[in-house]
Design a protein around this ligand. Sequence first.
Ligand code: F6R
Length: 256
Amino acid sequence: MEIIIRPTPEAASGVTANLIARLLHDKPNAVLGLATGDTVVPLYRQLVAMKLDWSRVKTFNLDEYVGLSPEHPQSYHSFMWENLFQHLNIKKESVYLPDGQATDIPAYCALYEESIREAGGIDLQLLGIGTDGHIGFNEPTSSLVSRTRIKTLTEQTRADKVPSFGGQDQVPHHVITMGVGTIMEARQIALLAFGRNKAQAVADAVEGPITAMIPASILQMHPTAKIVLDEPAAVQLKKADYYRWVYNHKPDSQRF
Ligand code: F6R
């Protein structure tokens, strides 16, 4: 794991935007795994401003709320088009998001997995982290080898999502999410976390034991996972000084 601590969300997003820009430069037909949520908004803003060529890129989003139509203002379809896709030259048919209205959900999830395989697998998966340690919507006790499927949100996650929905009773209980096993197959992973309210989950994921109670802790088993933090999200890390030193003294060949 590489732990990168930057002073602000903007600086941390800049590091991640450069990582994506480098990937698209080296591999113009790259396959990206994308996340939604407050954390990725500054990153998407920076990616739009970079005016990269997305004409050959394919994207797969992590998750979607069950029951919401793509047009619903709180759907992750709406989020992605508003914050990113409408500003890029990406082809509509190259954008994949789970269908929250699928009728046969197990069959649909198998198809989603198949589409990822057919695309050649995910080159870089972007992740946020829940305050309970979830990645995608793999809540605590999710199998660490799970595949795309339906999951039930914890009350903690539903409470965290209230600001975008306006009331907890409006937040759906069910989601379709890529599994932990699906995520772990990505060739590169970048997890972003900002703010003090993520500090405990980050410390558990990075410095705690690998456990299904903190699904993000499985990233310790990924060969190239990067954990990109702002200072407040790093306050509970015991080895924060070491991570800062490593980042500031990287050989040029390892910079991105
Ligand atoms: C969203 C997703 C979630 C979020 C997480 C953090 O696609 O997969 O894991 O990344 O809930 O959300 P924010 O960024 O809103 O704090």
